[in-house]
Ligand binder design. Sequence first.
Ligand code: GEK
Length: 262
Amino acid sequence: MSQSQPAIIKHDTLFDKPFTTPLDKAARFSFDEQVVACFPDMIRRSVPGYGQVLAMLPIFARRHCKYRQQGDNGQRVSRVYDLGCSLGAASMTLAGEFDPQDLQIKAIDISPAMTTEASTLLSDNYPKHDIEVITADIRDVELEPCDMVILNLTLQFLPAADRVAVLEKIYAALSEGGILVLTEKTHAFDEQYDAWLVERYYDFKRANGYTEMEISGKRNALENVLITDTLDEHHARLDHVGFKRHLTWFQFLNFVSIVAFK
Ligand code: GEK
């Protein structure tokens, strides 16, 4: 087990303020420099359970990363993909728990603003680890054999029609015994339940200091950008692509995390 210090995210002091004026109403959400600057603050205050999910990733990895792949130097390693890595928080939690020679991390994000910053943060905090940060659309990349894939709040940003193909690719790349951890914002099929969950989610944001304008600005900006599925749709899709076992291991309001076993 590595003795590395916990990761330091340098942007902690910057607060999420993108939707503070009415003019921002029409802005469409994008992962640009403005979002990157306040991202750790934004995701912690707006995703219920974000920290708890991250904290469990290395615990799952300990059980399922069994060094089934070969590293560049010929040694056995566990290859892990962090798809839609943003600033690399998930990669960071894993690197903190494994010795450098045991893990090969591939962190991929479509936003150059994110990957530029993720590269700096990961190499500053884990200079000895084999971590490659790649700027790419996860729909286009080929995946090498791997022990674990993390899709933490990323599938929801892909067009609905492209989700099956990405999951099929993940299923094909995972070694027997490997896992996919899929975390998503969802909606409930039942309208009344959904309304209750959404309202309590806005209460959660209010409790975390967001104003009404910020909440509605973000909601408008994410319209047609973040498209949720129901929990049942997620499980049906995982079945469809070949995963025989998958369970919801975490739920906090309308945010869920599923582990799927190959
Ligand atoms: C975390 N996982 O902190 N290909 C690659 N990346 C994409 C694509 C795509 N097609 N579409 C969107 N992204 C992170 C949090 S954030 C979640 C993930 C959020 C990227 C996008 O650029 C962004 O960085 C990330 O997916 C979603 O554990 O902001 O709610």
